[in-house]
Design a binder for this molecule. Structure first.
Ligand code: HEM
Ligand code: HEM
Length: 206
């Protein structure tokens, strides 16, 4: 029997969409000297979100945990081969191919932010600034792959993955849903980001 089951908790969803907004907006203002403070505020917000996601990967709900999408290369290749035949196995959480883009996006995001903080230092080298720019471009490339992957997976499995990232729910012949959504934690994240944004814009850290 097909059931509607909760897969993504609220903090994971809030993390995802705030990450999209902060990355996108930070990129839009990155090239303006005048808007640098906004770039920094948005960058720190992304860094904070990523640090939260790192913790949540250990203590979060079932499908948010890193252990649930830690696949070895053999599993990734097997999944891609099944995908090429149009009959990939269904996963409730991230599938093996999707997990590769998830790992890349999380680590590239971290790298972009860390090199950004390094670029802020008075004695920052040109190399650090260049690494900040190059890693941003690499991340843009992986984001394109991520979007293609989400689209292909959604079509092959006839399942709206984007809607699931908004609502948290998927439809499946399974009762392996998560029990708690942790809505209060998602709300706390939104409040924390808003407070940080307004405090920073009024009084930048530098
Ligand atoms: C804590 C996070 C971040 C900090 C502290 C930070 C800091 C900086 C600083 C200081 C610069 C100027 C470098 C220079 O020309 O001397 C810069 C440039 C830049 N940042 Fe960030 N950044 C952060 C996050 C991000 C993010 C998330 C992105 C991507 C969305 C990004 C993309 C860029 C790009 C493309 C430039 C180059 C602009 C240009 O060539 O003039 N940064 N960032
Ligand atoms: C800045 C751009 C983006 C970045 C950095 C990004 C990053 C990520 C990350 C890290 C995850 C894993 C979520 C987690 O477990 O915490 C994820 C999942 C997901 N993202 Fe994005 N994303 C971006 C844009 C988008 C956009 C624009 C869409 C939709 C149009 C999208 C749709 C999804 C979906 C559907 C999933 C879940 C995939 C699955 O079911 O396995 N992403 N994304």
């Amino acid at each position: 029997m097909i059931r509607r089951i909760l897969v993504w908790d609220v903090p994971t969803r809030v993390f995802h969409w705030l990450q999209v907004l902060s990355f996108g907006a930070s990129y839009l203002v990155a090239f303006s000297e005048r808007l640098r403070n906004y770039h920094l505020a948005l960058g720190y917000i992304l860094l904070g979100l990523l640090v939260f996601r790192l913790l949540w990967g250990f203590i979060g709900t079932r499908y948010a945990r890193f252990s649930s999408f830690l696949f070895n290369p053999k599993e990734v290749v097997a999944y891609l081969l099944m995908m090429a035949k149009g009959k990939p196995a269904h996963y409730l959480g991230h599938n093996p191919a999707g997990s590769v883009s998830v790992w890349l996006l999380l680590s590239l995001g971290m790298f972009v932010c860390v090199t950004g903080v390094m670029a802020l230092q008075d004695d920052a080298s040109d190399l650090v600034v260049a690494m900040h720019g190059v890693s941003t471009n690499a991340m843009l490339g992986v984001i394109v792959l991520h979007l293609v992957g989400v689209m292909v997976s959604s079509i092959l499995h006839r399942e709206n993955l984007v809607r699931a990232m908004f609502t948290g729910f998927k439809f499946a012949e399974s009762d392996e849903g998560i029990q708690r959504a942790f809505g209060w934690l998602g709300a706390l994240m939104v409040v924390a980001v808003a407070v940080f944004w307004f405090a920073y814009v009024r009084k930048p850290l530098g």
